[in-house]
Ligand binder design. Structure first.
Ligand SMILES: [Zn+2]
Ligand SMILES: [Zn+2]
Length: 392
C-alpha cells in the first residue's frame, strides 16, 4: 500500500485544528479539486479523494481521536499490514475505497448556497427525542423532596413487530432502487457543467427499505402510548431547575437508545417562607411590648415550629439566624440556615384609656432609655450650630 499522507497535512492544518477550521479547509479544497470542475484530471481526482478521506476521519470526533492516537492504522483496518487486530472493532469505513462514499452534500451546499440535504444512513440507529414537561410543586415539597407520578404520551417501540414496522412474520426489504442508502444519484446541468448530485429515493421515500406488509399495530415501528413515570424530585430543588430522568423519553429508531424526560420544576410561592440560595427567610411581626421586654417566640421552620427567645430591647428589623434549619443542599451535605426577621407592629385605633396609659408611660422614660434617639438629637444640634457658624 502506498504511503498515506497525514490527514492534517492533506487539509493544510495543524494537529489541534478546531472543528470549524477542518470544515472550512475541507470545503475550500473539495471545491478546488472537485471532478466536475477538473474534468479529465486524474491528479485532481486523487486529491479530491484524499481530501474527502481526511475530512471523513477528522470531522468525526470518534474517528479523529483514534487517528490522533494510532495514526492511519487506527481508522483503516487494511492499513499497514498489522491492522488486522483493529479490524474487528472499526467497521463502517466502506466509503474509503471508492467514490461512492464521498459526501457531496457539503460541496453542493457551498456551491449553491445552502439547502443541500444532510446525507446519512437512514437505517442507522437513532436516539429517541427528549420529552419536556413541567411540574408544579409546593415550597415544602421542594424542601423535602418527593416522588411524583406523571403521565406522559411517548413513542414506544411496537411490541408486535419489535420496531421493524413490518407485520409479524415478515421483515423489511432493502430498497433495490437505492440499495438501502435512501438516496439516488442523478446528473444535473448547471453553469459549472454537468454535475452529479443526489436526492432522496422516491421508491422507498428515503428510508432505504421497503415494507410490503406494514405492521397493523404501529407507525414505522413505534406506537404512541400513555405512560406513568415516577419522577424523584430531590430535596433542595429550586424554582426553574430541570430534572433529567434518563431513558424515559421517546424510544429510539432502528434500535437507537431512548431519549430522556426533562422535568422543569416550578415551585409555588409560600405565604410564610422565602428562599434565598439555601437559606430560608421569614418575617415575624411582634408587639412593641415583646420587643421592649423580650419574649419567647414561636418560629415556623421547614421542620415545624420551634421556640426562640428574643432579648429585651430587640430592635425592628433585627435578623436572627437558626443555623442548619434551612434547605438541604443539592448533591452536597448540609443545609442552609433559617433567617428570622423581626418586625414591630405599631398598634392602631387606640381608645382614650389606652392612649392615656401610653402617654403616662412615655413620661416615665428619659434619654437613657433611647440610645439612638439621644445620639441623633446631639448630632442634629451640632449640625444646626455648624450651619449657623459657616453658612450665615
Ligand atoms: Zn409494529
Ligand atoms: Zn430506496
Amino acid at each position: 500500500m502506498a504511503e498515506k499522507r497525514d490527514y492534517y497535512e492533506v487539509l493544510g492544518l495543524q494537529k489541534g485544528a478546531s472543528e470549524d477550521e477542518i470544515k472550512r479547509a475541507y470545503r475550500k479544497l473539495a471545491k478546488q479539486y472537485h471532478p466536475d470542475l477538473n474534468p479529465d484530471n486524474p491528479e485532481a481526482e486523487a486529491k479530491f479523494k484524499e481530501v474527502n478521506e481526511a475530512n471523513d476521519v477528522l470531522s468525526d470526533p470518534e474517528k479523529r481521536a483514534r487517528y490522533d492516537q494510532f495514526g492511519h492504522a487506527g481508522v483503516d483496518p487494511s492499513y499497514g499490514g498489522g491492522g488486522g487486530s483493529y479490524g474487528g472493532g472499526f467497521g463502517g469505513f466502506g466509503g474509503f475505497s471508492g467514490g461512492d462514499g464521498i459526501d457531496l452534500g457539503d460541496i453542493f451546499d457551498s456551491i449553491f448556497g445552502g439547502g443541500g440535504a444532510q446525507r446519512s444512513n437512514p437505517n442507522a440507529p437513532r436516539r429517541g427525542s427528549d420529552i419536556a414537561i413541567s411540574l408544579d410543586i409546593s415550597f415544602m415539597e421542594a424542601c423535602k423532596g418527593l416522588s411524583h407520578e406523571v403521565e406522559i404520551n411517548r413513542a414506544e417501540t411496537c411490541e408486535a413487530c419489535h420496531g421493524t414496522g413490518a407485520k409479524a412474520g415478515t421483515s423489511p426489504k432493502t430498497c433495490p432502487e437505492c440499495k438501502g442508502t435512501g438516496q439516488v444519484r442523478f446528473q444535473q446541468r448547471s453553469i459549472l457543467g454537468v454535475m452529479t448530485s443526489t436526492r432522496p429515493c422516491t421508491r422507498c421515500g428515503g428510508k432505504g427499505k421497503i415494507i410490503d406488509t406494514p405492521c397493523p399495530e404501529c407507525n414505522s415501528g413505534r406506537v404512541q402510548r400513555r405512560k406513568k413515570v415516577i419522577v424523584n424530585v430531590p430535596a433542595g430543588i429550586d424554582n426553574g431547575q430541570t430534572l433529567c430522568v434518563r431513558g424515559e423519553g421517546n424510544s429510539g429508531i432502528n434500535g437507537g437508545s431512548k431519549g430522556d424526560l426533562n422535568v422543569r420544576i416550578t415551585v409555588r410561592k409560600d405565604p410564610i417562607f422565602e428562599r434565598k440560595g439555601f437559606d430560608v427567610w421569614c418575617e415575624i411581626p411582634i408587639t412593641y411590648t415583646q420587643a421592649v421586654l423580650g419574649d419567647e417566640l414561636t418560629v415556623p421552620t421547614i421542620d415545624g415550629n420551634v421556640k426562640y427567645s428574643i432579648p429585651e430591647g430587640t430592635q425592628p428589623g433585627t435578623v436572627f439566624r437558626l443555623k442548619g434549619k434551612g434547605i438541604k443542599k443539592l448533591q452536597r451535605d448540609g443545609r442552609g440556615d433559617q433567617m428570622v426577621r423581626v418586625s414591630i407592629e405599631v398598634p392602631k385605633r387606640l381608645n382614650k384609656k389606652q392612649k392615656d396609659a401610653l402617654q403616662s408611660f412615655e413620661k416615665e422614660l428619659g434619654p437613657q432609655n433611647y440610645e439612638k434617639r439621644s445620639g441623633f438629637f446631639d448630632k442634629i444640634k451640632q449640625f444646626g450650630e455648624d450651619i449657623k457658624k459657616n453658612f450665615s
